[in-house]
Every structure is written in structure tokens, then in C-alpha cells.
Design a binder for this molecule. Structure first.
Ligand code: SF4
Ligand code: SF4
Length: 191
């Protein structure tokens, strides 16, 4: 899938997000790194639960070689899944083989944003909300609505402002936001 976001832009985004995290300490201590470990028990590739993983955003794959020993790669086709109509062709789905251990500076974006999600209002105004995705674990940052670091919120918002300039990513966020509005889920606005 053709992305308008250059490799260098993704690199700059990674660097910006390297400097922030949801709390000023490792939130994995609250939950045993639940959002890392639910995909496998770390004992090897065969033990991975293939339902869990991370979709890379269009063009984010430019930062990877697909030979990373800590990632299991799957190539899928957007038209086979619930993606916007503008999406077609290859999409990349990765699973971490050694959770919670990974090269921190190479964590995919969707991992870095959690528990925040972008949300576009009906007037297409960008907001950040707590993730409403159904998960097989519970994240204390969401269940206990723990106050997130302001720097993390700001950096995440800045990054999403840039990302939605890409039409494919805009369409994805718009579709997900519409789905959230149509569901009966409680929307917790963070910014
Ligand atoms: S984001 Fe939530 S689930 Fe993941 S490590 Fe932090 S507190 Fe745990
Ligand atoms: S990239 Fe690292 S931090 Fe993110 S889910 Fe995988 S193992 Fe956990």
C-alpha cells in the first residue's frame, strides 16, 4: 500500500516517542506487562497466540528488514479484513516473540500509543481517547483511569496530527471513530 509518509518521517516519529511513556515509571510493573505478554509465553514461536499482534501503519514497514529475530511477520491483504475501502494490497502484522523483551527503540507505533487511540469527531477534529478495543487482558491505565503523563499525551497528539495528513491513515481513524460512535462504548476523552 502506498504511503505518503517517508521513512525519515517515521524515524523522527519513533525518536519523538522514544522520549515519552504513559507514566513516569514502567507501567508494566502494574500488570506484569499484560499488553506484551498476552501474545505468547516467550518460550518460542510455536507458543504464540496468533490472534494477538500489532498492525503496522501504512509505510511503517520501511523501518524494518523483516529479518528481526524478535518479530514474527505476517503479510495480509487489506481487502480481506475490516479496513477502509481506500486500503488495498499488503499490510503487515507482527507478533513479538520474546515479550516483554524487545529493542525498545524499535517498538511499533501501535504499541507506543497504547492506551491512547486517535478519535475524529464528526467535524473531523482530532482528539485522543482511551482505547476502546476489546482485549483479552485488562490495562490498569484504562480500568483505573490512571492519569497519564502530559508529555506522553502531547507527543502522541502531535504524532497523530502528522499521521492523519496521510489519506489512508485519515480514513482508518475516521472509520474507527465512526465505529466507536455507533457502539455503546463509553468514550473517555484524554485530549
Ligand atoms: S499499557 Fe496497560 S497493560 Fe500495557 S504494560 Fe502499561 S499498564 Fe500494563
Ligand atoms: S514491541 Fe515490545 S513493548 Fe511492544 S508489545 Fe512487543 S514486546 Fe511488548
Amino acid at each position: 500500500m502506498k504511503s505518503s509518509i517517508r521513512k525519515n518521517t517515521y524515524k523522527a516519529i519513533y525518536r519523538l516517542l522514544d522520549r515519552v511513556s504513559p507514566l513516569n515509571y514502567d507501567c508494566g510493573k502494574l500488570c506484569g506487562a499484560a499488553c506484551c505478554s498476552c501474545g505468547g509465553d516467550g518460550s518460542g514461536e510455536d507458543s504464540l497466540d496468533y490472534d494477538m499482534g500489532i498492525y503496522l501503519l501504512p509505510g511503517e514497514d520501511k523501518l524494518f528488514t523483516m529479518k528481526e529475530a524478535w518479530l514474527k511477520w505476517n503479510i495480509e491483504y487489506a481487502e480481506d479484513y475490516d479496513f477502509p475501502e481506500s486500503w488495498f494490497g499488503k499490510i503487515y502484522f507482527v507478533r513479538c516473540k520474546t515479550p516483554p523483551h524487545c529493542p525498545r527503540e524499535m517498538r511499533p507505533l501501535q504499541c507506543r500509543f497504547f492506551p491512547l487511540s486517535p478519535y475524529l469527531t464528526e467535524a473531523n477534529e482530532l482528539k485522543l481517547v482511551l482505547s476502546t478495543v476489546e482485549l483479552p487482558y485488562s490495562c490498569p491505565l484504562i480500568t483505573d483511569n490512571i492519569k497519564l503523563e502530559e508529555r506522553f499525551i502531547k507527543a502522541t497528539y502531535t504524532v497523530w496530527k502528522r499521521l492523519i495528513c496521510d489519506p489512508l491513515i485519515f480514513d482508518l481513524v475516521q472509520m474507527d471513530s465512526e465505529d466507536i460512535r455507533l457502539s455503546s462504548k463509553n468514550i473517555v476523552f484524554i485530549k
